[in-house]
Design a binder for this molecule. Structure first.
Ligand code: FES
Ligand code: FES
Length: 157
């Protein structure tokens, strides 16, 4: 049986440095939610399958359930709270709501993170490219059509 040891690290999340003391084996999603208190990032399968825990790490979408918090030190982390703009909805968020792409909402933060990364690297994706870009995010409610529509609408401006 391994003995957990503590690490003092700093995580750069949404433009703020957070000093945290954690067990070395803690995953990033649990530290973001529990130590840092940002609960918009969801924990679903905890096994790199559903995408609910997606955050941006140096601009790339990463399943934070399968990423050690200690490995994220020195990197730029953006959570769903960092993508949002105060009380104002960003166009992607508004389009998701208007298109009916949000039902229970559990997948929505991860979807927005993946779609944000997709639109940053490909501002005019085809529907096929949107589906590929969101293929790491599972949604049990919407059937994906309305989510793809919302991303396409956002790309069209
Ligand atoms: S909770 Fe991380 S992929 Fe499902
Ligand atoms: S809206 Fe419920 S899982 Fe996607």
């Amino acid at each position: 049986m391994s003995i957990p040891f503590k690490l003092d690290i700093e995580l750069h999340v949404n433009g703020i440095e957070y000093p945290v003391t954690i067990d070395a084996g803690r995953n990033l999603v649990s530290v973001i939610r529990t130590e840092i208190g940002l609960t918009g990032t969801k924990e679903g399968c905890d096994d790199c399958e559903c995408g609910a825990c997606m955050v941006l790490l140096d601009g790339q979408p990463v399943n934070s359930c399968s990423y050690l918090a200690a490995q994220a030190q020195g990197r730029t982390i953006v959570t769903i709270e960092g993508v949002m703009h105060g009380a104002d909805l960003r166009p992607l968020q508004r389009n998701l709501l208007e298109a009916g792409g949000v039902q229970c909402g559990f997948c929505t933060p991860g979807m927005i993170i993946s779609a944000t990364a997709l639109l940053a690297r490909n501002p005019s994706p085809t529907d096929e490219e949107i589906r590929i870009g969101l293929s790491g995010n599972l949604c049990r409610c919407t059937g994906y059509v309305k989510i793809v529509e919302a991303v396409a609408r956002t790309a069209a401006g």
